[in-house]
Design a protein around this ligand. Structure first.
Ligand SMILES: Nc1nc2c(c(=O)[nH]1)N[C@H]1C(S)=C(S)[C@@H](COP(=O)(O)O)O[C@H]1N2
Ligand SMILES: [Mo]
Length: 444
């Protein structure tokens, strides 16, 4: 079957065709780069499925980026993308990778060895990111390195298919290729590229399979877990005789998180617990299956280690946990806070009686009073829902006799120690935000 190569068209159509041919080769070169990139990721994910899923390059680079993102940018991402922030980050990484892959593909067209070697740089980036993760180990480099080496080989091969065929090309029906004129055999390239893409897809699917087999195993063990009936609604740790200079409990998780909790809080009789269940069933995976810590009254980053692996008794002098290393406070009791949930900001309700309602919390101290005021006027005491326990949120409502116009609603809570929520506004770092929540509404 005679196959017409790009270049034979050129000889027929002259200079215009030749230019078109050069563009076509560049496009094919960019495509080679993308295929090599796809191959790198697929192979890396396959190896990661065997070695350790978190060591896969996309997760590792994503994690490394998050660790190095300035707080302001992190806040921006959380504000704009909410719980999709990690997805957006991963898509961003993939988009950036695609651009680089195209560039490397074009480079390989001109400098085959150099372009292929450039792929290895990505392997180094992935490897460094994976090893640098908390709990990272040298073997975590394997997925990125193997992926990059295989991809470099693939790019070298594909770039070879794009180089001018030496001498008469049998695929071109025996016609002489003109040396230096950019002849390449499209069919041979397409076959090689398709094979590489298909093999990569196969590797990626196999990796997925392996990972989902592990997930299925975890799901089965969760399904088979029979929760014991608790002796009380919540049974806290009872203090043994105190002793020793130890003042910090450090919990470690399988995802490399470390969380340090004051021994004093865990042992003071509150319902500190290792939780196996929630709402009458085994913990959901995202909340820490098979076991997590819960200590009422302390923010999650100092108390609530999920996917718990081990617990160590140590001192605050000797060890700083994950977020403490990142400029958060060693100790972080939950602050007395309240929030307006309805009406929503910039709502336009009708004049009349409007219920203003929300939640307030001061875990382990309990909520004593919630007050609401309109346009900086006098405070009005809200009605509180029954208290489930002083460790739980408390709902509140105040019936507002609303008149038409623009109004600002503010709320503040007072806990059972008599302390009233501070008006002073501070951000979440280093130990939790403060300030009064306000909502502006336009009553019609
Ligand atoms: N292993 C692990 N545990 C963790 C974290 C984490 O990133 N990894 N985040 C902590 C933080 S900051 C909070 S607020 C809670 C959130 O728990 P939840 O997902 O059950 O609400 O988990 C805590 N425990
Ligand atoms: Mo948190």
């Amino acid at each position: 079957m005679p196959v017409v190569s790009e270049d034979q068209n050129d000889t027929r159509n002259g200079a215009q065709g030749s230019r078109r041919s050069r563009w076509a080769r560049a496009a094919f070169a960019a495509l080679s780069g993308v295929i090599a990139g796809f191959c790198a990721l697929a192979v890396a994910e396959l190896v990661a499925a065997v070695v350790r899923p978190e060591a896969g390059p996309v997760a590792a680079v994503g994690g490394a980026v998050i660790d190095r993102t300035p707080p302001a940018l992190k806040d921006f991402a959380v504000r704009n993308f909410g719980t999709n922030d990690k997805l957006v980050l991963q898509l961003g990484i993939l988009a950036l990778l695609a651009v680089f892959a195209m560039a490397v593909g074009v480079l390989a067209l001109h400098r085959r060895l150099l372009g292929s070697a450039a792929v290895l740089v990505f392997g180094v980036v992935g490897a460094v990111a994976a090893i640098g993760r908390p709990e990272g180990r040298v073997s975590d480099a394997l997925p990125s390195v193997v992926g990059a080496v295989v991809a470099a080989g693939v790019l070298y091969l594909l770039a070879g298919r794009l180089s001018p065929a030496p001498g008469p090309s049998p695929a071109a029906g025996g016609r002489d290729a003109e040396p230096g004129h950019g002849t390449f055999d499209r069919r041979r390239f397409v076959i090689a590229a398709s094979a590489a893409a298909a093999a990569s897809a196969g590797a990626g699917l196999l990796g997925r399979r392996l990972t989902s087999a592990v997930q299925a195993g975890a799901a089965a063990s969760r399904r088979d877990l029979v929760l014991p009936v608790p002796g009380s609604a919540a049974a806290g740790v009872r203090p043994p005789s105190r002793g020793g200079t130890a003042d910090q409990i450090v919990a470690r998780s399988v995802d490399g998180m470390t969380i340090g909790t004051p021994v004093e809080d865990v042992m003071d009789g509150r319902d500190a617990m290792l939780a196996l269940g929630m709402n009458g069933e085994p913990l959901p995976f995202e909340h820490g299956f098979p076991v997590r810590m819960v200590v009422p009254g302390l923010y999650g980053y100092v108390s609530a280690c999920k996917w718990l692996k081990d617990i160590e008794l140590t001192t605050f002098d000797d060890y700083d946990a994950y977020w403490v290393k990142r400029s958060w406070s060693r100790q972080a009791p939950i602050k007395t806070e309240s929030r307006i949930d309805t009406p929503r900001p910039f709502a336009s309700p009708k004049a009349g009686t409007i219920p203003v309602a929300g939640v307030a919390w001061a875990q382990h101290r309990g909520i004593q009073r919630v007050e609401v005021r309109v346009d900086g006027g006098p405070w009005n005491t809200a009605r509180l829902a029954a208290e489930d326990s002083r460790d739980t949120w408390r709902q509140w409502v105040w019936e507002w006799p609303a008149t038409s116009g623009n109004h600002t609603l503010e709320v503040r809570a007072t806990d059972r120690t008599g302390a009233t929520q501070t008006e002073e506004r501070v951000g979440t770092v280093p130990n939790g935000a403060t300030g009064w929540h306000s909502v502006v509404v336009d009553v019609s």
